[in-house]
Design a binder for this molecule. Structure first.
Ligand code: F6R
Length: 611
């Protein structure tokens, strides 16, 4: 997501800022900007789109000054545009911000009543206004920043400069990353280490609530309560490539591990627990329209299609509305029945998948309301949509989709609760229970990630298998499909995902002592636990090797299976989020042990923009 770079020293800052931002491109962004200060003159240059647009502007009219801040923006509040790009300025203050201010509407209202005018649609601009007011009231810059963040609810990594105090950068963070880079006669701040590796290897990781005051010759850090603190300096020996992966061997591994954070970001600011409701920014469907809906059609490809199948169960169960899940590539070439009372939901990480986009346009042209569940704001699907729900997973770089899938699942669950409330199929109390269950998911993912060592042992044992079968019933059926897809696309081992009930109708013929069968069998009522045990017995009777994904306390299946991987028990409809994680890790480790190019598997592209 957004990237921040700041510099203070004796060199011209603009080129340093732009080159640092380039190293943060992997984070994903849709606009960029720098603010460079020369005594009491602030020069701001911003540009929508790729960094080369900013670079061209900076090169044509180089902003002079040896102190400055820069930013790459991944739009959340307000479309990608020059005005919405950071830095935001007000009253001689320039800020760059990574994170979300949840109470920005109330703060803007209050500031407007005091005569402030806003020049962007962003939440972040609020910081420039708040800090400027605090400076006018007589505070110095660090105190003004503290006073501003005290008024804000949300997450932030923030860097600030002001013409009234032109030799220092003040930065602070809570829940968004920020590191300080230490140099000789120059110092730096950035969202991530790679931005600064060409200048320094000495880094200080800021902790939650820290505030740093940076000059060319000094860095002081203060803790949340204002006391001066010492944070250790770490020497980083990473290569730039490794650093971009945050020390992980592959982006896919990093992205699997990021899922607790990614899912929490999808939920953040959307759950209205006390009201038993869900808030989606930009939601424009009236209660009458929602009540009049007769059908939902989900359009997607690949992994996103799998999340659609899980979403069908969620929406049908909570909102009692029929849902069809269509492969976008099939839907677009049929003569589908679409009516104005239908809601078409495109699910897509990239928002650019050609088949999904074409199917979405087709459904819209035939009168359906168009909702995009998407990870990339400003992408083609979000531009086509009447409503967009962002998954907020952050950039997904590994070709095999991981955190996009789990964030889509929780996005669909939020949508199911919202529709259920609007259609009157969920009481406030029932919705509160569902939302409470959602709040527990990030921690459950953290817990299930601890199974990595045992998954790796299983991967080692079966890394040379020719085929794999994945079985699941009810909400675990899409998990089985996803487990098989993950494995085949990166390990190149043939794998099939099946609904358990279908096994007798064909795939059972494949089972022999060489066939590993992954059975996803948490004890959920919908999962037809007894029946999946029947499947396990059938596999065993034919000599197949059973790898079972089971609840922590399940001794029975454990006694039947060759290997077990235990997961915490989530509610039936949310269990797919948790149960998918070991399967991602299994695919990852099998592929890695086979020496494959995990992040860029053969023949596959991250964003399939052709048919
Ligand atoms: C599988 C995978 C693909 C994508 C599919 C749709 O790991 O990544 O199957 O899910 O190409 O892509 P999006 O979600 O970008 O529309």
């Amino acid at each position: 997501m957004c990237g921040i770079v700041g510099y203070v020293g004796d060199k011209e800052s603009a080129p340093i800022l732009v080159s640092g931002l380039k190293k943060l491109e992997y984070r994903g962004y849709d606009s960029a900007g720098v603010a460079v200060m020369n005594r009491n003159v602030l020069n701001v240059v911003r540009a929508t789109g790729k960094l080369k647009n900013l670079e061209t502007r900076v090169q044509t009219d180089v902003p002079q000054g040896t102190i400055g801040i820069g930013h790459t923006r991944w739009a959340t509040h307000g479309r990608p545009s020059d005005e919405n790009a950071h830095p935001h300025t007000y009253g001689g203050v320039a800020v760059v911000h990574n994170g979300i201010i949840e109470n920005h509407l109330a703060l803007k209202e209050e500031l407007r009543s005091k005569g402030h005018h806003f020049s962007s649609e962003t939440d972040s601009e609020v910081f420039a206004h708040l800090i400027s007011d605090e400076l006018k009231s007589g505070l110095d810059l660090p105190a003004a920043v503290r006073a501003a963040i005290a008024q804000v609810k949300g997450t932030y990594a923030l860097a600030v400069v002001t013409t009234s105090d032109p030799n220092r950068i003040v930065c602070t963070k809570d829940s968004s990353p920020m590191v300080l880079g230490l140099g000789q006669g120059q110092n730096f701040v950035a969202s991530d280490v790679p931005a600064l590796l060409e200048h320094t290897r000495d880094f200080v990781y800021m902790e939650e609530g820290d505030l740093a005051v940076i000059t060319a010759s000094n860095v002081d850090i203060y803790g949340r309560t204002g006391q001066k603190v010492n944070r250790p300096t770490r020497r980083i020996d990473w290569t730039p490539m490794m650093a971009e992966k945050g020390g992980h061997k592959h982006f896919m591994h990093k992205e699997i591990m990021e899922q607790p954070r990614a899912v929490a970001d999808t939920l953040r600011g959307r759950m209205l627990l006390s009201e038993g409701d869900v808030h989606f920014e930009g939601w424009n469907l009236s209660p009458e329209k929602v009540r009049a809906l007769t059908k939902i059609t989900i359009l997607a490809c690949g992994t996103s299609w799998h999340s659609g199948i899980a979403g069908k169960a969620m929406i049908e169960s909570l909102a009692r509305l029929p849902v069809e899940v269509e492969l976008a590539s099939e839907f677009r070439y049929r003569d589908p029945i679409v009516e104005p009372s239908h809601l078409a939901i495109a699910i897509s990480q990239s928002g650019e998948t050609a088949d999904t986009l074409a199917a979405f346009k087709e459904a819209k042209a035939r009168g359906a309301t168009a909702l995009a569940l998407c990870n990339v704001i400003g992408s083609a699907m979000t531009r086509e949509a009447d409503i967009t729900i962002l998954t907020n997973a952050g950039p997904e770089i590994g070709v095999a989709s991981t955190k996009a899938f789990t964030t889509q699942l929780v996005g669909l669950y939020l949508l199911a609760v919202k529709l259920g409330r609007m259609r009157g199929t969920l009481t406030v109390k029932a919705a509160q229970e569902h939302l409470t269950a959602l709040t527990e998911i990030p921690k459950m993912i953290e817990d299930v990630l601890k199974c990595e060592a045992s998954v790796k042992r299983v991967a080692r044992e079966f890394m040379n298998a020719q085929d794999f079968l994945f079985l699941g019933r009810g909400p675990m059926h899409p998990v089985a499909l996803e487990g098989a897809l993950k494995l085949k696309e990166i390990s190149y081992i043939h794998a099939e995902g099946y609904a358990g009930g279908e096994m007798k109708h064909g795939p059972i013929a494949l089972i022999d002592e060489k066939m590993p069968v992954v059975v996803i069998a948490p004890k959920q009522p919908h999962v037809a636990y007894e029946k999946i045990i029947g499947n396990i017995e059938e596999v065993r009777a034919r000599g197949g090797k059973v790898i079972a994904i089971i609840d922590e306390d399940d001794a029975h299946v454990a006694s039947l299976a060759d290997h077990v991987i235990r997961i915490p028990a989530a509610s039936a409809l949310l269990a797919p989020v948790v149960a998918t994680i070991p399967l991602q890790l299994l695919a990852y480790h099998v592929a890695d042990l086979r020496g494959n190019d995990v992040d860029q598997p053969r023949n596959l592209a991250k964003s399939v923009t052709v048919e």
